[in-house]
Design a protein around this ligand. Sequence first.
Ligand code: FES
Length: 165
Amino acid sequence: MATFTPPPLPSDDKRWKIVNGTMRKNGFSRHALIETLHTVQSSFGYVDNDALRFVARSLRVPLSQAYGVVTFYHYFSLKPAGKHTMTICLGTACYIKGAAKLIEAAEKRLGIVPGQTTPDGQVSLTVARCVGACSRAPVVLADGELHGLMTREQAVEELERWAAE
Ligand code: FES
């Protein structure tokens, strides 16, 4: 019987290592599908098509099944609709270092709460649970790019930059 080689990580974004860790821990068993998608959701703040494809291939389940899981459970959100996405880490380390204040500042600037997109479609705001960079808490992902030691001013500055585009 041919041995299975899991597909390469979609990028060098370290969050994929967290996702892969969940699958490896479960021996890449298809039973790990929901748990793995949970890890994607909590690491990225949403589950997009690339993630669905990667997880489905790694666990050898049909893509439709993975898609079915994220659309069935309210816990999951598909990739946000905004042109830009700000994801604020709400894991313990980031929370202790003031992530709630970052969320508050972003909510105030955008007039939306996490999980929503501004009416002009410019920005979606999401939260994640530990993106694996605790030493740089609080951490914000701006369009997937990791920014550590984030201040409220810097977060709002980023949002201003997007608004001015
Ligand atoms: S808690 Fe935010 S990166 Fe770990």
